[in-house]
Design a binder for this molecule. Structure first.
Ligand code: DGJ
Length: 755
């Protein structure tokens, strides 16, 4: 008997229905269950008493395809079990799960006991209504009563399937988990390339593309807190040869965790590569008490036949709908005080910066680090974290005075905090030395400033304290519109003064459970405030935290050239609306490179535009250019923040050019960015073909942030979408400016509007 899953679902909304797509010839009773998104299908074979098997993930199947769908190759002993457990059937290949049972048995055999599909209509983590199909598969071991539930949530209107696992302990006593991965996905061998993102402080999201080969590839993080600073947990697989931006089949896999993770891609002697990802089990053995449930983080998968950019667009749409806070609201253009004044905060200076950003057309001012501390004022980075009281020497009229000045200047006001941290030089540490993370019996190891320590969020009292930092600020000062939540230290030694000695290995995991609890409490009470996710730059750009945040700071590196590379990598999984991108001073404070303001504006305008500079040090000419950029950005803000991204020409291509564009869903508006990344005499740059436009529509071209004495040849002219996409526009390699203004930088931002 064959039925269409969604026709069954529409009649059984919110009730569990088992869907039989294919009943194999009796008496085997294997059933292939398909769940699908608008353009993707996932098919799993379920057979009670057997392990669940992967069958298919790719382009959405037609009714006909479903009938004729082939078994995946089982040549060379491919092992397509979807959640291999260590010990009984799987010892030689990589596994997703390993448990020491109550009686000491280290083997588990997870077999299908039940499954069901139901339509769901619930709240996404960012509090938006969502609809989809949830496949639940319950696995049991014949020897033990503990069930493991696999979940597959297919979104109704986004090409994303989220997968996660619940592990329940129903044994007589505590069991110990030593592997608890979220999900596995077999990927057929061929010419498969993986794109992943290596990084470091001030050099986040550096793209690496490599061909998958025999052996195990491991991408992991062990920072404890900032899991996007080094390698990132999101990867894309290009299935048919070297990764291409706008052609080819791609599977994206974004693990959604805020703590230590591990992504394994194992290639053995079989026909598949095996992606197995989840919480990093290193030093994290988890004791699960009777009746406790361990829920793994999710993996969000997508499939696209439109290349890497296509997969990115799938993530961006999903993120804008269901992941980011306030994702349907345009973001304010802001000035952040950090690079402008660093710790040199004072009331007059803040007032001046507010007045400056207002006069440039900005909408928000954010006061960064350095505003707090009473007994120990925060003048450098070695004190005061935890003492969240205004330093009255610097700000005699307190936050109320700043809010008054913000109102006077016509801008909103935001403030920086780093609530999970303290310093040995702080009143908080003097009062609560028992709240910090440290190895039992040892002195704590300190970080930034030689004094910074991490508060132990596995401790509910610390959770209350961190929530209290927000609660106090926002209750006393409800007009605060924006909070920058920073986090600048890793776990530097292992130990919790709260957890029992038996459960010391829970620290990494319980820290993040605590963090999420705090985020939930903050959002329950303060749904409207804008919160930036910052961790020494982009250290916490991840989809576990983003539902509680509006955006993240891409990097502490504001150098426009390096930003092109970092923003390129970051854009694989995160939409422009989330990517805080600021115009800063020159020479740049991180690379000491001198880049003209026009280029700096053009790069910052491809994300969520802001400024990170002391405006009073700018010339009138520079101010005028920024004012123009801000005003132009307001005209394209919707396109950048809500449009579809097409990455056109990679800065990694080595031919000194980078280009990308955003296009609105109705294809009426677009913005095109073109950056020359190096200059040589007799240089030859490729002409860039646009993407995503309607070939039948006609578009006018208008250059933004123009500094040239003569307009571009294409200025004000009308071109068909077809021409722009099949030919592209010729752009001069240099700006036509007076001789004394010439330099080796060149960039263009073109606004494209349909007639
Ligand atoms: C690290 C952040 O990434 C910076 O933007 C700034 O807020 C500093 N911390 C302040 O200490």
């Amino acid at each position: 008997m064959k039925k269409d899953i969604h026709s069954v679902l529409s009649r059984h909304k919110n009730s569990i229905v088992t869907t039989v797509l294919f009943a194999a010839s009796l008496p085997v009773m294997a059933e292939k269950v398909e769940i699908h998104t608008p353009n993707n299908s996932l098919v799993i074979e379920l057979n009670k008493g057997k392990e669940p098997q992967f069958v298919y993930y790719g382009t959405r199947l037609t009714e006909h395809d479903r009938q004729t769908l082939q078994e995946p190759s089982t040549a060379n002993w491919s092992h397509l079990q979807l959640y291999p457990a260590y010990g009984a059937n799987h010892t030689m290949s990589e596994t997703a799960f390993a448990m020491r049972h109550y009686d000491g048995n280290m083997s588990t055999d997870l077999l299908v006991s039940d499954y069901g599909v139901k339509a769901i209509s619930d709240k996404a983590p960012n509090n938006k209504d969502r609809q989809g199909t949830l496949l639940t598969i319950t696995l049991r071991d014949n020897l033990y009563p503990s069930p493991v539930h696999l979940y597959y949530l297919a979104y109704k209107d986004a090409d994303i399937i989220e997968c996660w696992t619940d592990i329940e302990n129903k044994e007589k006593g505590t069991v110990t988990l030593s592997q608890f991965y979220s999900s596995c996905m077999p990927i057929r061998r061929g010419d498969v390339y993986v794109s992943h993102f290596h990084g470091s402080w001030a050099a986040e999201a550096q793209l690496t593309e490599e061909r998958l080969n025999n052996g195990m590839m491991v991408i992991k993080n062990k920072d404890g807190l900032r899991n996007a600073t080094t390698d990132r947990q999101e990867v894309m697989f290009s299935l048919d040869g070297k990764a291409r931006e706008n052609e080819g089949d791609v599977i994206g896999a974004a693990l959604m965790y805020s703590g230590n993770y591990r992504v394994n891609i194992d290639t053995d002697d079989t026909e598949y590569h095996y992606y197995i990802a989840g919480i990093n089990p290193d030093n994290s053995e988890y004791h699960l008490r009777k009746d406790e449930i361990f829920t793994t983080p999710r993996v969000a998968y997508t499939f696209s036949d439109q290349g890497l950019s296509g997969a990115s667009r799938n993530y961006h749409r999903w993120a804008r709908s269901y992941q980011l806070r306030h994702a349907d609201k345009e973001r304010d253009i802001l000035l952040n005080s950090w690079e402008g004044v660093y710790f040199d905060i004072n009331q007059k200076g803040m007032d001046q910066m507010m007045s400056d950003i207002a006069s440039l057309g900005g909408e928000l001012f954010v006061m960064d680090d350095g505003w707090f501390g009473d007994k120990y004022p925060r003048d450098v980075d070695n004190s005061s974290l935890g003492d969240w009281v205004v330093d009255k020497r610097k700000l005699p009229e307190g936050i109320d005075g700043l809010l008054r000045d913000a109102k006077k200047n016509g801008v909103k006001f935001g403030i920086w905090v780093e609530p999970e941290m303290t310093n040995t030089k702080s009143e908080l540490y003097e009062k609560h030395p028992d709240w910090v993370i440290k190895a039992p019996g040892r002195e704590p190891v300190t970080g930034r400033g030689g004094t910074q320590l991490v508060l132990d969020l596995s401790n509910p009292k610390v959770q209350d304290f961190v929530f209290g930092v927000f609660d106090e600020l926002l209750t006393k000062h409800p007009a605060i519109a924006y909070i920058k939540w920073d986090s600048n230290a890793p776990v530097m030694n292992h130990g919790s003064q709260y957890l029992s000695m038996t459960n010391q290995s829970h620290l990494y995991i319980d820290y993040h459970k605590g963090l999420i609890k705090v985020c939930e409490r903050i959002r329950a009470k303060y749904p409207d405030v804008v919160i930036q996710d910052c961790a020494s730059g982009g250290g916490r750009a991840n989809y576990a935290l983003l539902p509680y945040f509006d955006e993240f700071w891409v990097s502490d590196n504001t150098d426009a050239l390096q930003r092109i590379f970092m923003q390129w990598g970051t854009s694989y999984f995160f939409p422009a609306i989330a990517m805080a991108s600021h115009i800063s001073a020159t020479p740049n404070h991180q690379t000491f490179r001198t880049i003209p303001l026009k280029f700096r504006c053009d790069v910052a305008m491809s994300g969520r535009l802001g400024m990170e500079i002391q405006p009073k040090n700018m010339t009138d000419e520079e101010k005028a250019l920024c004012k123009q950029a801000i005003s132009d950005y307001k005209n394209i803000r919707k396109v950048v923040q809500f449009g579809d991204l097409y990455r056109l020409h990679s800065p990694y291509s080595g031919d000194n050019l980078a280009s990308l564009m955003y296009v609105t869903e109705d294809k009426n508006d677009a913005v095109f960015y073109w950056y020359k990344t190096e200059t040589f005499v007799n240089q030859h740059l490729p002409r860039v073909k646009m993407r995503g436009l309607d070939p039948e529509k006609k578009y006018t071209i208008h250059e933004l942030n123009s500094i040239d004495n003569t307009p571009l040849d294409c200025e004000g002219k009308v071109y068909t979408g077809k021409y722009l996409m099949s030919n592209g526009l010729e752009l001069p390699y240099k700006h036509s400016v007076d001789y004394h203004k010439q330099n080796d930088w060149s960039s263009r931002v073109l606004q494209i509007k349909s007639l």
